[in-house]
Every structure is written in C-alpha cells, then in structure tokens.
Design a binder for this molecule. Structure first.
Ligand code: ADP
Ligand code: MG
Length: 240
C-alpha cells in the first residue's frame, strides 16, 4: 500500500487549559474519503481546524505527502494543498457567487482540475446564479459555493465540516453527489458528518470521536450499528 497523503499522529489540541483533542490518529489516502462522526463537542471541528492551521498546534504530527505541516500558519497549509469548507459556510454576503468562488483562487496551486467552469459543471445551479449575491441563495446553494470556493485552490485535501447541517434531505443528496466527482479529480476528502448513514455511504473509512478521542474506526462494512452507537454515546462493553 502506498503511503497516505495525509497522516495525523498523536494530535492534541487545547483551548487555554481545556484539552479538546487527546492523541488523535488518522490516515487519508490520495483521492480517498474519510468521515469523522461524533456528537456535539466531540472535537471534530477542532481536529479540522488544527489540521488546516487555524487552531493552535498542540503536540503530535501532521504529515502531508510525508512533509510536516503541523504548526504552519493557515495560509501556508492552504498553499501546500489543504483547503477547508468551514462549518456555517462563511460566504461574503455582498459578493456574487462568482466573486466568492474567485476568492478561493487567491491561493491557487498550479493547473489542477478546478476552475470556474469545472465547478459550474459540478454544481450547474451556481452557473445560473453566478451574478447573484451570496445572500440571494438557498442554504444548499450557499454550501455549494463554499465547497466550490475551497476547490478553487486546487487542493490535495478538502476538509468539509458538517456540510449537510440544516439542509433538506434532497439538497443533502445533491451536495453529496459531488463527492465521487471530487475524488475522481484526485482530491481527497475528510468530512465531518453528524448523519451516520450519510458518512457510511460516502467514506472508505469512518472514525467516531468522543470527548477528544477516536473511539471507533473502520471501513463502513466492518462497523455494526451497535458498535457505532456505543462509540458515539460512550457505552463501553466489558470484553473480558
Ligand atoms: N474557541 C473555543 N474555546 C474554548 N473551547 C472550545 C472552543 N471551541 C471548541 N471548544 C470546546 O472544545 C470541545 C470540542 O469542540 P468542537 O471541536 O467544536 O466539537 P465538535 O465539532 O465535535 O462539535 C468542546 O468541548 C467545545 O466546547
Ligand atoms: Mg463542529
């Protein structure tokens, strides 16, 4: 097996005295998709923010293609090829769809697959709405812009934090339909998802977090509903 594209080892994170991550490990293959599930407060967002350099670095190792990126400032991590779709989308409301997308091209890396045209092919409704301000869009369309904006940097790794939050099932389906196409273009995806069924559907590997730790990991086919439930809610079985 080839070395993982992104490798996280023993990662810790703190907010002041409060420890939010306790030795998290994960691997993401080139073009792969890994999902992180877990209840509110489990540390999912902190993990993403630490990987992309927004949250302060604690201990541990983050390797991108074998090179350490842990502790680098966020713009440098983006230049190296890790782009984040933040929780809550965070578009510029006064700018048009196209202007929001172009902001993502600011740290553009090389001549990768992603351009305005390929993003409009991925989400055709954005082409129709390209002159509209961000505020004139539905929640699902705003999420598409947030994903497209991150893709405009031509990342190796796309971090998606709760992209289905607050969206209707039919809209969630449209958004997740883009995941295989993003992977085909060679971009690996790390997705935080509260919807366990959705996570199992799209990911090669799923990690469940609780209170800053990974409590269960496996391929979707290896994970039973019971094991996930227990890891999610913190029930432990005595295996002795
Ligand atoms: N900016 C912050 N300052 C202090 N504590 C925080 C901050 N952000 C998150 N936390 C705490 O860190 C823990 C993990 O939060 P978070 O990573 O947002 O979890 P999740 O994304 O899984 O809901 C929670 O206990 C949360 O209250
Ligand atoms: Mg979160």
């Amino acid at each position: 097996m080839s070395a993982p594209l992104l490798s996280v080892r023993g990662l810790t994170a703190f907010y002041g005295d409060f420890q939010a991550l306790f030795g998290v490990d994960l691997d993401l293959a080139r073009g792969g998709c890994v999902a992180i599930i877990g209840a509110n407060g489990a540390g999912k967002t902190t993990l993403m923010r630490t990987i992309c350099g927004i949250a302060r670095a604690g201990q541990g190792e983050i390797l991108l293609d074998g090179a350490p990126i842990h502790g680098l400032p966020a713009p440098e991590v983006l230049r190296r090829g890790v782009a984040m779709v933040p929780e809550g989308r965070k578009l510029f409301p006064s700018l048009s769809v196209e202007e929001n997308l172009q902001i993502g091209a600011h740290e553009r890396r090389g001549n990768g697959a992603w351009t305005l045209e390929t993003i409009y092919d991925l989400f055709p409704v954005l082409r129709e709405r390209r002159r509209n301000p961000g505020t004139a869009l539905s929640g699902g369309q705003q999420q598409m812009v947030a994903i497209g904006r991150a893709l405009m940097s031509n990342p190796e790794v796309l971090l998606c934090d709760e992209i289905s939050l607050g969206l209707a099932p039919v809209v969630i389906r449209d958004i997740y339909a883009a995941v295989p196409r993003i992977r085909e273009a060679g971009t690996a995806i790390l997705v935080v998802e509260q919807d366990i069924g959705q996570a199992l559907k799209i990911a090669d590997h799923v990690h469940c977090m609780m209170e800053g730790r990974v409590t269960l990991s496996g391929r979707p086919s290896e994970l039973s509903r019971e094991a996930i439930h227990d890891a999610y809610f913190g029930v432990t079985h005595d295996l002795a």
